[in-house]
Design a binder for this molecule. Structure first.
Ligand code: COA
Length: 328
């Protein structure tokens, strides 16, 4: 029987127009362009305006991905948005996006796995497609993290940014598409990256906001060390599952969290600079959006050739981590 695989047929991205540079940040918190550049690799990032929210950006990226795929919104069976920054707690932002793009047949839900959300979403959709439950799926990684950042906390506000990336995935016979994925989590480190308030544990209240529990907190240095080890292992896992070696990978498209993490992982796997796709200097850390944004840049720049092997890998709040190997 022919193998059914989930192939990425189209990609898209949407970023707020406003750009915040490291020099702008020097005026907001006690930091410097030099510190941010050397510690993270970030030079500037896109930040949404006060009246902007997630779903219109998701719709914009989705329309681009659908057009590139040559698929109409009404043919979508499934819309998944990986996000920690939805439009509102109820309902799912995926339902707003369904309405904005006219995808009336699609089942819709949001899910979150921190910065690993896009990889988790891709893997969920892959399972729907390979079992025949859906033929065409839209997977969006979208975040407006600037809305959840503490603009007085220099350890986080210089890192996180806003943006959306989307892909259209279709079930097809053949060798192209998702070859393997690997997903992991360790909830015993849930306090490494957290936004403690606003849920059922600490509901919204004046006191919660006075105590600043509605913003993101991160134990950056501890997260850094675990990220490098876990990413290396999960990259190897997806590669081995597909019966390949690190040498087979043409493009490593990692979550853009920190250039030092990415370089360390690439070094351990023996990948030269030209294998790694980096846009963190311009885009910052957009959590679940960073991989589909990077992928869309690569695709639209014409850098990926048919049958190239791509590896996506991410690490984030949860803690969660995962990877996905694709034959283009
Ligand atoms: N500007 C200037 N100084 C800063 C600063 C900033 N924006 N942010 C922190 N510092 C200071 C700290 O206060 C600390 O000062 P001290 O030595 O006087 O106490 C010093 O810089 C070092 O802080 P540290 O947190 O140890 O820095 P770091 O080298 O670990 O870099 C991160 C911080 C956040 C960039 C890095 O830890 C990181 O990227 N972690 C992983 C994040 C991640 O992968 N998250 C999961 C996916 S989102």
């Amino acid at each position: 029987m022919a193998t059914i695989r989930s192939r990425i047929r189209g990609t898209g991205r949407a970023l707020p127009e406003q750009i915040l540079t490291n020099f702008d940040l020097e005026k907001i918190v006690d930091t410097s362009d030099e510190w941010i550049t050397t510690r993270t690799g970030i030079k500037e990032r896109h930040i949404s305006e006060a009246d902007e929210y997630l779903s219109p950006f998701c719709a914009q990226a989705s329309k681009q991905a659908l057009e590139a795929a040559g698929i109409e919104a009404k043919d979508l069976d499934l819309i998944i948005i990986a996000t920690v920054t939805p439009d509102q707690p109820i309902p799912a932002t995926a339902c707003f996006v369904q309405d904005l793009i006219g995808a009336g047949r699609a089942a819709c839900f949001d899910m979150q796995a921190g910065c690993s959300g896009f990889i988790y979403g891709l893997s969920i959709a892959d399972n729907f497609l390979r079992t025949g439950t859906a033929r065409h799926a839209l997977i969006i990684g979208g975040e407006l993290l600037s809305k959840y950042v503490d603009w007085k906390d220099r350890a986080t506000c210089v890192i996180f940014a806003d943006g959306v990336g989307a892909v259209v995935l279709s079930a097809e016979e053949g060798e192209r598409g998702i070859l393997s994925s690997a997903l992991h989590a360790d909830g015993s480190m849930s306090d490494f990256i957290t936004c403690p308030g606003g849920g059922s544990k600490i509901p919204v209240s004046h006191e919660m906001i006075d105590n600043n529990l509605h913003t993101i907190k991160m134990r950056g240095n501890e997260t850094f060390k675990i990220a490098v080890r876990s990413l290396e292992a999960v990259c190897r896992e997806a590669i081995e599952r597909a019966g390949m070696t690190p040498h087979d990978v043409r493009w490593f498209v990692p979550h853009q969290a920190n250039v030092r993490i990415i370089s360390a992982v690439a070094g351990r796997l023996g990948w030269p600079e030209e294998t790694i796709y980096l846009n963190i200097a311009r885009i910052g850390n957009t959590s679940s959006a960073s991989i589909p944004i990077a992928l869309d840049e690569l695709v639209r720049a014409g850098k990926i050739k048919e049958k190239d092997i791509l590896l996506f890998a991410a690490f984030g709040a949860g803690l969660t981590w995962g990877s996905c190997l694709v034959r283009w």
